[in-house]
Design a protein around this ligand. Structure first.
Ligand code: NAD
Length: 481
């Protein structure tokens, strides 16, 4: 199937953009073609969003009317889950069960409902007398036209994480999905229209990095929200500086897991294996670096190796499969490169490290465990984005925190202990946007998600995310007239 662009509430033919193939990573076959949108296409989409913003068809609706449309969207996502989830599985290689009922859809539908409620939640200091004879009012206004750029690892869910708070705040949007996974974001256009979200409020332009660049450069875009790699975040921030746009950056991660000497090792194994293989390890919060104290080191090595070996890798539409392929041949080459270089630098492969036997069609990779790695090694310092974990020993509690913090990233971390004091001390000292105690990976719509350090800034999820799409205006009223 060939897709057009979704601009101003209808399918629009490209002006000058070429077509790009969309591939099924489970077998390498083409499943659709989409437009690689041109600069002129981006401009048309931005103009549609600009008109929709300034004529107030969305921003001047009452919060209750915006909320109602978002609630309708949640119902439509629920009704269309089977078709959308099938497309998402075909396009990403994620297990269908996992997308449809396990994680993506239930969570994104809950996100939409949360932001429908957040749109109506007015709180905080809004008016007062701060100088004799004057009343001051603080208005929380939508930022304006927002450019939203999504990654390939959770295509529709990342789009929803971005659209929910922006729409709740009253912004209008040009959304650019990742070039590898544009289908469900494009399919969302018609559902937005059916939900009663007016034409032009959300425009979807498929395309590659240059399309994204054109969106960031556009002078009528007031804010850019990117979920992507740290390298892309740096480029976007530099480009946005030219027009002094706000930037909201959800970037890469390299989550440590601190296993203290009193930790329940069975619980560690259950949570780390899920955290490392969830979405084939292509998750910015994926469990990647295990640090185990004293005698726990040998126990963790043995138990994690056995559990990672037992993970079922296979066809995304086969029941019980928890790990599908990586997103592309290039991504698999990248993961293989990291593991090979780690081996050359002395790492021992406890399990995995290659392509599973008999699975050369599609971009599959074995769940992998490495040990004998140096803290400064590339495999510890860089984001691999595949089902690969490392295990290192530590002696003192402070050492674990030091190792955990010793990377450029700061998105998510976890620690395992039965000692509340120890958990609180470590949680306070870890420089990460999320710290789990005795778990790894769960998130909720109410809780903020975002980075420290080079994992970026700005929050997805929670009321804080909606605040990121608002700007405060002070109106000062003299009592004299
Ligand atoms: P990527 O950085 O390659 O691309 C992300 C998006 O940015 C794509 O849509 C791409 O076309 C666009 N882009 C690339 N260059 C651009 C430029 N110069 N200007 C504007 N847009 C540009 O990332 P990816 O490979 O699609 O996704 C994986 C990355 O995303 C990982 O690093 C992962 O950790 C991160 N991620 C972070 C979070 C989070 O919440 N922090 C969530 C999911 C993924």
């Amino acid at each position: 199937m060939d897709y057009k662009l979704w601009i101003n509430g209808e399918w629009a033919a490209s002006k000058g953009g070429r077509m790009m193939d969309v591939i099924n990573p489970a077998n390498g076959e083409k499943i659709a073609s989409v437009v690689d949108a041109s600069v002129a296409d981006v401009d048309r989409a931005v103009q549609a969003a600009k008109t929709a913003f300034y004529d107030g068809r969305w921003s001047k609706l009452t919060p209750s009317a915006r909320s109602l449309a978002l609630l309708k969207l949640a119902v439509l996502l629920e009704k269309n889950t089977a078709e959308l989830a099938k497309t998402e599985s075909l396009n990403t290689g994620k297990p269908y069960e996992f997308v449809s009922v396990g994680a993506d859809f239930p969570f994104m539908i809950d996100n939409v409902r949360f932001f429908a409620a957040a749109a109506r939640d007015v709180h905080g200091s809004h008016a007062g007398e701060f100088m004799p004879g004057f009343t001051s009012m603080f208005r929380r206004e939508p930022v304006g036209v927002v450019g939203q750029i999504a990654p390939w690892n959770y295509p529709l869910m990342m789009a929803i994480w971005k659209l929910g708070p922006a729409l709740a705040a009253g912004c209008t949007v040009v959304l650019k999905p990742a070039p590898a996974t544009p289908l469900t974001a494009l399919m969302l256009g018609e559902l937005l229209a059916e939900a009663g979200i007016p034409a032009g409020v959300v425009n979807v332009v498929s395309g590659g990095n240059e399309t994204g660049q054109a969106l960031v450069e556009h002078p009528d875009v007031r804010m850019v929200s990117l979920t992507g790699s740290t390298g892309t975040g740096k480029k976007v921030m530099k480009t946005a500086a030219e027009t002094l746009k706000r930037v909201h950056l959800e970037l890469g991660g390299k989550a440590p897991i601190l296993v203290f000497d009193d930790a329940n090792i069975d619980l560690v194994v259950e949570k780390v294996v899920l955290g490392a293989t969830f979405n084939t390890g292509q998750d910015c919060t994926a469990a990647t670096r295990v640090y185990a104290q004293g005698k726990q080191y040998e126990k963790a090595k043995e138990a994690l190796t056995a559990a990672m070996k037992a993970v079922k890798v296979g066809d995304p539409f086969e029941s019980g499969v928890t790990v599908g392929p990586l997103i592309s041949a290039a991504q698999r080459e990248r993961v293989i490169g990291f593991v090979d270089r780690a081996k050359k630098n002395g790492a021992t492969v406890l399990t995995g490290g290659g392509i599973p036997g008999g699975m050369d069609k599609g971009y599959y990779f074995e769940p992998t465990v490495l040990c004998d790695v140096d803290q400064k090694a590339e495999i510890i310092q860089s984001e691999v984005f595949g089902p690969v974990i490392t295990i290192q020993p530590f002696k003192k509690d402070e050492e674990a925190v030091e190792y955990g913090n010793d990377v450029a990233y700061g998105l998510a971390a976890s620690l395992f202990t039965k000692d509340v004091g120890r958990a609180m001390r470590a949680a306070a000292a870890l420089e990460f946007g999320t710290v789990w105690v005795n778990d790894h990976i769960p998130l909720t719509s109410e809780t903020p998600h975002g980075g420290f350090k080079q994992s970026g800034f700005g929050k997805d999820l929670s009321a804080e995310a909606m605040g990121d799409y608002q700007i405060t205006k002070h109106v000062m009223i003299s009592h004299a007239s």
